[in-house]
Ligand binder design. Sequence first.
Ligand code: NAD
Length: 499
Amino acid sequence: STVYANPGAAGSVVSYRPRYDNFIGGEYVPPAKGQYFQNVTPVTGQVFTEVARGTAEDVDRAVEAGWKAFESWKRTSPTERSNILLKIADVMEQNLELLAVAETWENGKPVRETLAADIPLAIDHFRYFAGALRAQEGGISELDHDTIAYHFHEPLGVVGQIIPWNFPLLMATWKLAPALAAGNCVVLKPAEQTPASIHVWLDLVKDLLPAGVLNIVNGFGIEAGAPLASHPRIRKVAFTGETTTGRLIMQYASENLIPVTLELGGKSPNVFFADVAEQKDSFYDKALEGFSFFALNQGEVCTCPSRALVQRSIYDGFVGDALERVKKVKQGNPLDTSTMIGAQASNDQLEKILSYMDIGRQEGAKVLIGGDRADLGGELSGGFYVNPTVFEGQNSMRIFQEEIFGPVLSLTSFDTFDEAISIANDTLYGLGAGVWSRDVNTLYRAGRAIEAGRVWSNTYHQYPAHAAFGGYKQSGIGRENHKMMLDHYQQTKNLLVSY
Ligand code: NAD
């Protein structure tokens, strides 16, 4: 395996600037109030750079810069915009290692993942929307011989985008690619826990976009996010984060009657039907791996399969094998390419996960594995590491109902198909779900019966750009990915012409 050097140390592929300002109208601009906040790496717990602490005044300037740029950006052709997105993708591909290490240092996730998944998916996302834009068509209908209705797509204008810390660059890309492709200008607010990697990315791509088309205001949720989401001059707000914050975003948006896209929390069920254990073959191994996916990205995934439902007739054997599999998920230095689980993104997140472990024990859930903080020694002992944990209990417990956002699995059993569906749906959320069976009929019936925007069957954690992603119930409103996102960032203009 390769161990990448810590940024700042000799031989590192990344070097951060000591300070990052806001990016407004094509330039780095100091925050109006002159304040900065420190950015900590979860790998070692050390401060590594400081970032502008933006406020309403900075948001005003950014929205203004966006409208100024919109005048000419809205007149660019789909071909021009598509080519820009393709160039952004190419530059990212040429700098894959740089972006992957920056993302790992900032978030704590393993570089093995950022190299193979986060950054390649982000690159593909730009390419997908570059292509989808070229293929987008309007419509013409003849009302009578001399009267024609034309339908055009027009961009919305300046849109606000607010992203979380769990996949900083990928979440930015999910929002930026369709918005820019559709001809909008953007004001983006990164999460305060992970503001720097987007600037490493920006340094690579900023000259490819006209000034003011993309603006970045850093800062905290209330100080910078709320003024953005409630700004009277934005035409849409897209948000990914907690369900409670999503409610606030919708309130702000209602004041200005603008559309929202909300990607919120989840408590996704992962259902294993008895036939997976009919044979101990490669399919069985795949299902065991699917069980262990709750620990992927340290469990900091909105679709984390954080509830496992195993059919009672195979429960003991399957769970025993699955726990052996979980033990093989290697935890360690995120910059080591052999590491499969790294650090939680922040100290707050670490504390939240540890408190849920206490709650699980108090509720009477049984710890089958893990259940505590991990001390990885050396310079990593200051980092934010948790042992992958499996609790056995009942779906009514808080650890089954509330989003923990850590490598913590809540495991229970079921007898019948109907009982499995009823437990799976007994949650406020409806983002993702997994179903494992050798019987396609079971997969189809379960897939249709589970109330979730994405149901994986005999697979999990795949996020292709062309598959629609989003939540049922309190997991959100609207979808991301898929070419339908272009429509979500556009108005329909109808011209009705009598010749
Ligand atoms: P969060 O809601 O606290 O923060 C997300 C973003 O919103 C940050 O940029 C934050 O600064 C900003 N924000 C916070 N309060 C705000 C306010 N009042 N007005 C405007 N902006 C505000 O969420 P988090 O703790 O950073 O992220 C973790 C959560 O995100 C988890 O619950 C997870 O399930 C969810 N998530 C969902 C998806 C999805 O696609 N559905 C993806 C990733 C994360």
